[in-house]
Design a protein around this ligand. Structure first.
Ligand code: PMP
Length: 413
């Protein structure tokens, strides 16, 4: 999908593969700048879903007939694709319904088993609620303490902020790979190495990471890494938890039922090895297979090409927004990916999002499921523009024009 002659990124061709980008919004071109919330899907993924339900569908693992074996093979093949995508072993990939379910799995299974009174959990002020509330909940029930790492949103993450909080009571350090509000890219490898020095476990919320750049869990040295399929050009209802086999093989199940057992007797049950121990019930079969297809698609373009392209578009967007008087970018850190959050002197984020929508621009407005972060900086909401492989300069030109309209409506021009 790169131009054969120039080896350059063929944005027109890439865009042409996303049917949703042709939707006319209020009779205008769609500028889809809400990819951090969910990516649009390429046609190969949509076709794969249709094909799977039409000609290869059955329940997995238990059946001996043709269709069940075919579906099982595709489902397990997808696990291998995911494992290769992040350089994990196949038995370290647990399919969940999404990142939220993956984090809850770690909190309930590992957390309940390993956290005790006065143990310490370190997490950051930039956590999405999905990686904040489960830990708050488990910490309360176990009498563990949560320590929050604060940092300056306009600067790159300063490792010393986390260093200062680590003690020999630290049992878990968890943080986003990339903040969904500020775009801050966290120094995952360095944090994991600090955690190892005190024997603490690490969980990386990779929802906004694995979608923008190459992840190698072995190289990063994390114990857990999770992401959602729908943010990686795949369908909803499927997510991934990478869990180091050393940890998961000692962890109890989170949910119990079919498919996660070894032998069930009236008085006792033994459990399957990971990953199946953590995949009770009928899994999201077609979604998992389609996620494999989405990964094929990403691999074909090359995540490193997507990363380069997105960086260019993001930096164009930052310049464009900075050129509009009254727009304030929240998070001026340099090492950022995927998102630009901003406020405007003249209007509330919800008004901005509504007005720009009428100009065909899809952005997100509100607290972005990160209320502690916004509270810490004394703001209630921002408007967020976010990019994917298909985003282009026109998207930001359209946003900038729409923001001029916002200023006109609120008498700021
Ligand atoms: N963490 C981050 C950083 C996110 O951006 C999101 C989705 N907005 C989540 C967790 C939760 O993902 P999901 O809703 O797909 O489970």
């Amino acid at each position: 999908m790169l131009n054969e002659n120039t080896n350059s990124y063929n944005i027109e061709f890439i865009r042409s593969q996303f049917p949703a980008l042709n939707v006319r919004v209020w009779n205008k071109r769609l500028s889809y700048l809400d990819s951090a919330a969910s990516m649009q899907k390429p046609k190969v993924v949509l076709d794969n879903i249709q094909e799977n339900y039409s000609s290869s569908y059955s329940n997995v693992h238990r059946g001996l007939h043709y269709l069940s074996e075919k579906a099982t093979e595709s489902y397990e093949n997808s696990r291998i694709k995911v494992a290769n995508f992040i350089n994990a072993n196949e038995n370290e990939i647990i399919f969940t319904s999404g990142a939220t379910a993956a984090i809850n799995l770690v909190a309930y299974s590992w957390g309940n088993q390993n956290l005790n009174k006065n143990d310490e959990i370190i997490l950051t002020i930039a956590e999405h609620h999905a990686n904040f509330v489960p830990w708050q909940y488990i910490a309360k029930s176990k009498g563990a303490k949560i320590k929050v790492v604060h940092y300056n949103p306009d600067e790159d993450f300063d490792l010393s902020k986390i260093k200062g909080l680590i003690t020999n009571k630290t049992k878990l350090i968890t943080f986003p790979h990339v903040s969904n509000v500020l775009g801050t890219v966290f120094p995952v490898k360095e944090i994991c190495s600090l955690a190892k020095q005190v024997g603490a476990v690490t969980l990386v919320d990779g929802c906004q990471g694995a979608i923008h750049f190459k992840v190698d869990v072995k190289e990063l040295g994390c114990d857990f890494y999770c992401f959602s399929g729908h943010k990686l050009y795949g369908p909803t209802g499927i997510g991934v938890l990478y869990g180091s086999i050393n940890l998961t093989s000692a962890m109890p199940p989170f949910m119990c039922g079919g498919d996660m057992i070894d032998v069930v007797k009236i008085n006792e049950t033994t459990y399957a090895d990971p990953p199946l121990r953590f995949e009770a019930g009928t899994p999201p079969i077609v979604q998992a297979i389609a996620l494999g297809k989405a990964i094929d698609w990403v691999n074909e373009i090359g995540l490193e090409n997507i990363e380069k392209h997105e960086k260019k578009v993001l930096s164009y967007g930052i310049d464009k927004l900075n050129s509009i008087k009254g727009v304030k970018i929240f998070g001026k850190n340099k090492n950022k990916a995927g998102v630009i959050s901003f406020t405007m002197d003249c209007a509330h984020a919800h008004d901005i999002a509504t007005i720009v929508d009428r100009e065909g621009v899809a952005v997100r407005a509100g607290h972005h499921c990160a209320q502690p972060l916004l509270d810490a900086f004394n703001i209630v909401s921002t408007t967020r523009a976010s990019v994917g492989a298909y985003s282009d300069f026109d998207d930001f030109d359209q946003l900038a024009n729409a923001l001029t309209k916002v200023k006109k409506i609120f008498g700021a021009l």
